[in-house]
Design a protein around this ligand. Structure first.
Ligand SMILES: Cc1cc2nc3c(=O)[nH]c(=O)nc-3n(C[C@H](O)[C@H](O)[C@H](O)COP(=O)(O)OP(=O)(O)OC[C@H]3O[C@@H](n4cnc5c(N)ncnc54)[C@H](O)[C@@H]3O)c2cc1C
Length: 410
């Protein structure tokens, strides 16, 4: 791809400077293509490295509709997993909840895409776009907020750059430097659990079902990828997660076969086992004058249900909609009154999903008998009470809450 890198020593002016070229940051830039706003994406890693992660994520129906609205979905969809069923189960309890495409009248219930597939499609879409520049690799080191403008200092290998922008976007991930610089406080907690994430190849005949299997040690998400592969995110207490990582491949696959109850046939491990500590975090403010935080910089949640990135994609679509409308009406896109509309739209919706994932993890990672009885009754109710089942499915698919315009016609 041809990416423009910006090498001027002098101060350069933009409408929007996006710090962080992860999926959330470049999704925002992609929606702003052709908006008339001049945008720069500043990414600390080289472009190819930023795109190269192989971690796979569950993509909700809403996220797929946002990418259809942008016009990149046709480049993504041939390379990703698609699931027609979601099966929820409580350890080895026989009652499972199975969601089907007929529950939503859609072709699929969701998708599983590797980071590199989505990033590469978005980077390609953004190449040769006259209103979008890249400064990459370049690390935002400081931001000075003034009344009309923000001054962003960026360190590259060669030099220091100074960029002026009406609005700075913090899309720089969970340890956001922009959030710290702005002294925006956060609330949340670290869980007693870590996730072991890895990819396997299997011999099961069907590969179109996503599983969320709840064990008292933590949930296990099994997400189908093309080529009879699955991404597995297995939550366990920290010590047990470390032990699972350290097991020999043979012992690990034996353990995995036990915990997937043999449903995937013969298994081959085809990636490293990577450990991620799990936390829940929400910023007290998403915005201040000339700054907006999106994606993991603003919030992050337990990976149960595969919601984190989907929330960030929704942030990007909502914020872009507000900024384009403000720009078209001649308003100041960095003013607090414009940015507050984004915070009002997204903060409560994100909090609801953060709460839902926390509830799922705590309610199921528990073997106290009264709780076990209540949740098994809950699973039975969800299986048999259709409105409850549809509500839960719509929530996971991103179909509850306010839909960005970009996704409304798809
Ligand atoms: C085990 C696990 C499984 C998950 N599974 C799912 C799932 O199935 N579905 C789902 O929706 N979510 C999932 N998530 C959550 C998902 O990974 C995150 O929500 C998502 O990656 C956040 O994207 P982001 O673009 O906001 O941040 P990041 O991906 O962290 O991107 C931030 C970018 O900013 C750059 N950067 C950082 N600092 C600076 C700086 N100072 N200057 C310039 N650039 C900077 C970084 O290099 C990086 O490229 C999972 C998370 C975990 C841990």
């Amino acid at each position: 791809m041809t990416s423009k890198s910006h090498n001027n020593q002098a101060m350069t002016s933009y409408d929007i400077a996006i710090a962080g070229g992860g999926i959330v940051g470049i999704t925002l830039a992609a929606i702003l293509k052709n908006s008339g706003l001049k945008v720069i994406i500043i990414e600390a890693k080289p472009l190819a490295v930023a795109a190269a992660r192989t971690q796979a994520y569950a993509f909700s129906l809403l996220s797929s509709r946002i990418y259809e609205g942008i016009g990149v979905w046709q480049d993504i969809v041939p390379h990703i997993g698609k699931f027609k069923r979601i099966r929820l189960s409580d350890s080895d309890f026989s009652q499972t909840v199975q969601f089907e495409t007929t529950d939503l009248n859609t072709d699929y219930l969701g998708y599983v895409a590797q980071h590199n597939v989505v990033s590469t499609a978005l980077q390609k879409y953004l190449a040769d776009c006259p209103n979008i520049d890249w400064l990459c690799p370049g690390e935002v080191t400081n931001v000075i907020y003034q009344e009309q403008i923000a001054q962003v200092s960026v360190r590259t290998q060669e030099t220091e750059h100074l960029i002026e922008a009406k609005l700075v976007i913090g899309a720089d991930g969970v340890r956001s430097h922009l959030r710290s610089l702005a002294k925006i406080t956060t609330r949340g907690w670290k869980y007693w659990q870590s996730c072991v994430a890895f990819t396997i190849k299997h011999t099961a005949a069907q590969n179109d079902t996503a599983f969320e299997r709840f064990w008292s040690t933590g949930p296990m998400g099994v997400l189908p990828l093309p080529g009879n592969r699955c991404q597995i995110v297995w939550t366990n207490p920290h010590e047990r997660a470390k032990k699972l990582q350290a097991l020999s491949e043979e012992e690990f696959l034996e353990e995995l076969t036990h915990y997937t109850q043999g449903s995937l046939g013969d298994l081959t491990l085809i990636s490293d086992r990577v450990i991620f500590p799990v936390q829940l975090m929400q910023c007290d403010r998403y915005v201040q004058s000339r700054l907006a935080l999106i994606g993991d910089a603003a919030h992050c949640c337990h990976p149960v249900g595969g919601q984190g990135l989907n929330l960030g994609i929704r942030d990007a679509a909502s914020l872009a909609q507000i900024l384009i409308a403000a720009h078209d009406q001649g308003q100041d896109i960095g003013s607090l009154s414009v940015l507050k509309k984004y915070e009002t739209w997204r903060k409560q919706e994100n909090l609801a999903i953060l709460g839902f994932t926390d509830f799922l993890d705590r309610f199921f990672s528990n073997d106290w008998l009264p709780i076990v009885i209540i949740r098994r009754l809950g699973l039975w109710l969800m299986s048999n009470l259709r409105p409850l089942k549809i509500f839960a499915l719509q929530l996971m698919a991103g179909l509850k809450g306010r839909t960005p315009k970009l996704a409304q016609n798809n």
